[in-house]
Design a protein. Structure first.
Length: 592
């Protein structure tokens, strides 16, 4: 008998919640197909998981209207300032890249609606614990994916990402994300072990806690992630300190959990040298100027100071940062930033929003953070400290990287944990909406959910088409048609299409499309200073007989990326008056 079946008083809406929660966390995050990597919907599971999210949001809103009651949490006004402020900053600062602008704001607003919708099912303490057990089961599956990736021979190839070098990459294709999720899993296991109902749970639930705790600690230690190790360490201190009375009252279980943590940590050092790797990175940070992150933070802050109130606009970071690094390198001389390629983010969530949304976005984030802090204080040390421990690993990760842009799952996990934080003290209020307003909400649910599901499915088809185009080495441009008609992947589709047209002209000795490529590439580089496009644009100018323009393009690229050997070589060739490419060697470059 499962733990959900212990509830005999479940309403139909609550059963629907459990079903959609299971779909969203135990099934959809494990969808995999070949992909370009990167972030956002370029990772297929990020698109798939939103099908479950929008279905849960729609069900929660319908449940609220049907019952005529809505759930108001403490400090809801402060929390509401977060999405409101982000949306306002997005409109004021502008949209440099409309596709990214829409997705970024949609993820924030959709996430907060997801959090709000879960609360509308009027959950009791036992319901919350049931959802957390489902979440822990999802994390155990992610831990199993990590284990499969470190075995000598790739297993389930085509079903899960292959990890070069046998690393714990998880479904996220990135070790830090797997590490922060595993750190959260370890702390969540201890949280559930410390609740009053734990001793009455059936053995499958206890086994779930034991196995997840051991595997999670093993993978954090073996990952080599500084953020994961630090997040786990801080969270364990909080969890052990806030629930010390529980651990003392259950000495046998406490000793068992301590042994599991120690054995898991030891196992992590045996499976991988990740712990030593993480230690070496900490040593590197201690050496003055040896780590790149402090320099990234300074450049990002300098960019923020150029437009502190409204920022530079959502999607503007890449161009603003790359331009700012020129002045930074000129002032400070060679730094670890110089050899680095293009940065798409500053490895810090606050700096990212400061640069793109300014103080308006920052104030919105601080409002939500203040609400969380006030609620934790309101819960008291024993309960609030334990909930804070749950939030620490992912919250810490946002300050050294951007986990939410690579993994929607991490954003959703944090929101579920915020449900745990805010449901104590929640009040039920009557829904005071006009008949027209309620009809509008109902109609929106039945329209928006299907439309968004269609868009997400179309995005997966666009991703598939791009991969088929690349596997065919650009021989079938028709594969890009879906991407060219997709809001999110249009930019990528145009990138490959324009390069294909350009090199096709060069191969055939024509110039028909070279001017078109130049018209496309120049504004593209204003937003995304991509090294390959810089070189392509220089080639196009040279083919058109504009050698001075070609050199100017590469000089710009060399100023941004002074230590990039490939750019330096192209620059030297142009200075010597050499041809960069001929029709004979253009065939293999279109899909690089």
């Amino acid at each position: 008998m499962s733990f959900i079946e212990t509830r005999t008083d479940l309403s139909s809406s609550q059963r629907m919640l459990y079903a959609l929660f299971t779909l969203t966390f135990l099934i959809l995050p494990f969808y995999y197909q070949d992909n370009l990597g990167g972030e956002g919907m370029s990772l297929p599971f990020n698109a798939v998981i939103w099908v479950g999210v929008v279905a849960l949001i729609g069900t929660g809103l319908l449940c609220m209207i049907g019952q005529g009651v809505w759930v108001k949490t403490p400090y809801l006004g402060l929390l509401g300032l977060f999405p409101l402020g982000i949306v306002i900053s997005g409109f004021i600062s502008g949209m440099e890249r409309p596709g990214e602008w829409l997705v970024r704001l949609g993820v924030i607003v959709g996430g907060m609606l997801f959090w709000f919708a879960i609360l509308q099912f009027r959950l009791k303490r036992r319901d919350i614990e049931n959802l957390l057990y489902l979440l822990l089961a999802s994390m155990l599956l992610h831990a199993m994916v990590g284990l499969l990736q470190v075995v000598p021979e790739p297993l389930l190839k085509g079903w899960i990402p292959v990890a070069p070098g046998s690393k714990f990459l998880g479904m996220f294709q990135q070790p830090n994300l797997q590490a922060s999720l595993m750190a959260t899993a370890a702390v969540l296991a201890l949280y559930l072990a410390a609740v009053p109902s734990f001793t009455k749970q059936r053995w499958p639930m206890k086994a779930l806690i034991v196995f997840t705790l051991g595997l999670a600690v093993l993978e954090v230690v073996g990952s080599g992630s500084r953020a994961g190790l630090l997040g786990l360490s801080l969270a364990l201190v909080l969890m052990l300190g806030s629930r010390w009375r529980v651990w003392i009252s259950r000495p046998a279980w406490s000793l068992m959990f301590l042994a599991i943590i120690v054995l898991g940590g030891y196992g992590g050092t045996r499976v991988s040298d990740g712990a030593l790797h993480a230690y070496s990175k900490v040593e590197q940070m201690a050496e003055a100027g040896a780590d790149v992150r402090p320099h990234i933070y300074r450049i990002s802050f300098d960019a923020f100071m150029e437009s502190p109130l409204t920022g530079h606009g959502i999607g503007s970071f890449q161009s603003v940062f790359q331009n700012q690094r020129i002045a930074y390198e000129a002032e400070h001389g060679p730094t670890p930033v110089a050899p680095a390629p293009r940065f798409s983010h500053p490895h810090n969530e606050l700096l990212f929003w400061m640069d793109e949304g300014g103080l308006i976005a920052l104030a919105a984030i601080f409002a939500a953070s203040l609400a969380v802090l006030l609620q934790l204080v309101r819960l008291g040390w024993q309960r609030g400290g334990a909930v804070a421990a749950l939030l620490v690993p992912i919250a810490l990760h946002t300050q050294v990287e951007l986990p939410f842009y690579i993994s929607t799952l991490h954003w959703l996990v944090l929101l579920v944990l915020l449900v745990v934080c805010f449901y104590p003290g929640a009040q039920q209020k009557p829904v005071k909406l006009s008949v027209g307003a309620m009809s509008l909400i109902k109609g929106s649910v039945f329209v928006v959910v299907p439309l968004l599901s269609v868009f997400l499915s179309h995005s997966l088809l666009a991703q598939t088409g791009i991969m088929q185009y690349l596997k065919g080495r650009g021989a079938q441009p028709a594969h890009l048609n879906v991407a060219l008609n997709n809001l999110y992947f249009r930019e990528t589709g145009e990138y490959f299409t324009m390069r294909a047209l350009m090199y096709s002209d060069i191969q055939q000795g024509k110039t028909d499309n070279l001017g078109l490529f130049v018209e496309w590439a120049e504004p593209f580089l204003e937003q995304i200073p991509d090294i390959q496009v810089f070189q392509d644009l220089a080639i196009a100018h040279q083919q058109l007989g504009n050698s001075e323009s070609a050199l100017a393009v590469i000089e710009r690229a060399h100023a941004i990326y002074p230590a990039q050997q490939q750019v330096a070589e192209v620059r030297e060739r142009l200075l010597r008056g050499e041809r960069l490419i001929s029709g004979a060697d253009s065939r293999a470059t279109t899909t690089n």
